[in-house]
Design a protein around this ligand. Structure first.
Ligand SMILES: [Zn+2]
Length: 319
């Protein structure tokens, strides 16, 4: 009998669940579109439904916990979700006990970028490294800080929200209520907005020929040599470099791992990012830090969630 955690990646569009063993092997996977309702009940029902499906397909295995990585912050004392800009119906909701009542096992929630940091630390790019920063470039910019081998959450669960570090004093307004946050310049959504803005003033750019422009389209066009499209990714890397430069000086990390869909434009944003780090940081931490791509890709959050799930039930196995 193998111990299993049902690790869930709860996104604004899709939710994925995977049955993960103690060694990090994925034994079963399932996926649904994220259902929306005013109070989060539909999401709870979906987690229970997916958990039941996993259980039905893993007869004979020992299911020990459900772990949910989600795009928001959770108060670690109360278990209440305090902030979830992409799933606002979950704000103020405490879901763990309800899911536990249905599935009969421990349920833990974790911010998705924190979970990705823990996943990369367990089985990916930052294995064996005590001080690392995870950056996720998706709809927003997420972050997870592992310091002295432990994830930093803070009492309100907002530690590591690096997407809302200011990089432009009077810059673009942000959904968090501030303005000029790096999320407004370096996320996948920001790449699309900047591409549209630059296309409008550069009529010769091939960006103008693309309907329903995505970050992937802008990347493809830039790789063909379109100067305006290339400028989009220089801007993405420039602001990311300003933000990470501040963190390199502040936290002296050994490694920074960059993942998420918008990390696909790595070769375009990496040079301007490094230029800013070299220009802005103390020499020693800038030379020490290794900046690298995620090794686990989409599974980083799932595997990190699984690791936390095993940790949460660890004591009951030791006694
Ligand atoms: Zn913000």
């Amino acid at each position: 009998m193998t111990d299993i955690v049902l690790a869930t990646d709860l996104g604004g569009t899709n939710m994925r669940m995977a049955a993960v063993s103690r060694s990090g092997e994925i034994l079963y996977r399932t996926k649904e579109s994220t259902p929306r309702s005013h109070d989060g009940d539909a999401i709870i029902e979906a987690i229970v439904r997916m958990g039941t499906e996993c259980r039905d397909n893993l007869v004979g295995e020992s299911l020990v916990a459900v772990a949910v990585a989600f795009p928001g912050a959770i108060n670690s004392d109360t278990g209440k979700i305090s902030k979830a800009p992409n799933l606002p119906e979950l704000e103020g909701v405490t879901m763990s006990e309800v899911i536990k009542g249905h599935l009969g096992m421990e349920v833990i929630f974790e911010n998705d970028a924190n979970a990705a940091a823990i996943g990369e630390h367990w089985l990916g790019a930052s294995q064996g490294v005590d001080n690392s920063i995870m950056v996720t470039l998706g709809t927003g910019v997420g972050g997870g800080l592992i310091l002295n081998g432990e994830i930093l959450r803070g009492p309100d669960g907002t530690a590591g929200e690096i997407g809302h570090i200011n990089v432009e004093a009077e810059g673009v307004p942000c959904g968090c209520g501030s303005r000029g946050c790096v999320e407004q310049y370096s996320s996948a959504s920001a790449v699309v907005r900047i591409a549209q803005e630059l296309a409008a003033i550069n009529p010769e750019s091939e960006l103008n020929k693309q309907r329903d422009l995505t970050a992937e389209d802008a990347y493809r066009i830039a790789m063909k040599g379109d100067k305006t499209a290339s400028e989009v990714f220089r801007i993405q890397g420039y602001y990311l470099g300003i933000m990470l430069g501040g963190l390199v000086n502040t936290l002296n990390p050994e490694i920074i791992v960059i993942g998420g869909g918008a990390a696909a434009s790595w070769e375009l944003f990496y040079p301007p990012l490094m230029k800013e780090i070299k220009a802005r940081c103390y020499k020693e931490p800038a030379e020490r830090v290794k900046i690298t791509r995620s090794e686990l890709g989409d599974d980083a959050g799932i595997l990190g969630g699984a690791k936390l799930g095993f940790k949460s039930v660890g004591h009951s196995y030791a006694t």
